[in-house]
Design a protein around this ligand. Structure first.
Ligand code: SAM
Ligand code: SF4
Ligand code: SF4
Length: 353
């Protein structure tokens, strides 16, 4: 595992809330807010929501405990005042949330804020144009294999790959290009179809990114032996379609970027396990019920719903967020070890990917 190298502390830019934009204990600014709009999903990816745990008896959040669009927009507004420049709607499956384009429009109205979405793509074909019209800036679609049988082994749902591909094309046609396509790779399950995915998206204008299988939550039976190191995948793709590295386009970019030497576009590798990137992590996460987490691997977060519902002012919410971020010292992926393995961790479908 790599050693944690804190970035040099930068002077915090003045934020709209009228103070210095907060830096955490390692000098990292708050730039991104991932918002889980539902903890429910129509897939049961074995690496995220295994059916044995998330079966018919599982107690998902009741409706009245989930933040309303107005409450979500308020948190986003306060966060934008503290330096957040991008919100990403996620879940669970965010497109299951009724009237999602209405929330997109509310968030897109916040100045200097980009609105992105991560989806399994199952409902995207019918919603892409409306989401784009509402102000969605970018979309990431998860697709782990082009082979229907392998796809089913990954997501434990009967859903044809073809419909996800239609969703990707609909998003691009609606102006959400370049569409990013995320593929989690598990050794022995879908790794043999990884190069096919690369060939398919080579030259398409969409950007495929392979993600190392992560030990998020405590229910997915993660084992290090199932992680295919991104370096191994890059070498496999490079052998079929020669690659060259691309410089990161912004600080905190999670994917190692490459371009095809023949001009066929870009591909990325997200090395969360083999080469963690905590030193540049500027992300926070808001669960569907309004708990704010400062790390994907956190065991606890801070409830914002109670202050939201008991009349806290924007200034009070701003100070609350500033304090939470200022106290942050998370760097789980860089500390991952036998000692961290047994710690409680929130599930990814709850906190948002
Ligand atoms: N349902 C949407 C989707 O699948 O795109 C959004 C939520 S999902 C939790 C967000 C992302 O997390 C997806 O790209 C998914 O593949 C990824 N993910 C979930 N569990 C993971 C794991 N154990 N390791 C790596 N990535 C994971
Ligand atoms: Fe659902 Fe996304 Fe998790 Fe798969 S990764 S179970 S699609 S939330
Ligand atoms: Fe950020 Fe936590 Fe992931 Fe590190 S482990 S990159 S701090 S979310």
């Amino acid at each position: 595992m790599s050693r944690f190298i804190p970035p040099t502390a930068r002077a915090g830019a003045a934020d709209r809330a009228g103070g210095a934009a907060p830096l955490d204990r390692f000098g990292r600014p708050l730039r991104d807010l991932r918002i889980s709009v539902t903890d429910r999903c129509n897939f049961r990816c074995r690496y995220c929501m295994p059916r044995e745990v998330f079966g018919p008896g599982f107690a998902f959040l009741p409706r009245d405990q989930i933040l309303s669009f107005e409450e979500i927009a308020r948190v986003a507004h306060v966060a934008a005042g503290l330096g957040v420049r991008k919100v990403r709607l996620t879940g669970g499956e965010p497109l299951l949330r009724a009237e999602l384009p209405r929330l997109v429009a509310m968030l897109a109205a916040i100045p200097d804020l980009e609105v992105a979405l991560t989806t399994n793509g199952s409902l995207l074909a019918s919603l892409a144009a409306e989401l784009a019209r509402a102000g969605l800036g970018r979309v990431t679609v998860s697709l782990d294999s082009l082979d229907d049988g392998v796809f089913r082994q990954m997501n434990d749902a009967s859903f044809p790959v073809r419909l996800v591909l239609e969703g990707i094309e609909a998003a691009a046609a609606a102006g959400l290009a370049p569409v990013k396509v995320n593929a989690v790779v598990r050794r022995g399950v879908n790794d043999h179809t990884a190069v096919d995915l690369a060939r398919h998206f080579h030259g398409s204008g969409h950007v495929l990114r392979f993600i190392e299988f992560m030990d998020v939550g405590t229910t997915n039976g993660w084992q290090l032996g199932e992680v295919v190191p991104a370096g191994e995948l890059r070498d496999a793709v490079d052998a079929a379609l020669p690659l060259e590295p691309v410089e990161p386009s912004y600080r905190g970019e999670v994917a190692r970027r490459y371009r095809y030497r023949d001009g066929g576009g870009e591909i990325g590798f997200i090395t969360s396990v083999t080469q963690p990137f905590c030193g540049d992590c500027t992300r926070s996460r808001l669960s569907a019920e309004g708990v704010l987490y400062t790390c994907l691997f956190a065991s606890s977060g801070r409830d914002l719903r109670e202050p939201l519902r008991s009349g806290a002012s924007d200034a009070e919410l701003t100070e609350l967020l500033r304090g939470i971020w200022g106290a942050r010292e998370d760097r789980y992926s860089e500390e991952r070890s036998a000692a961290t393995a047994g710690l409680p961790r929130v599930e990814m479908s709850y906190i948002g990917g």
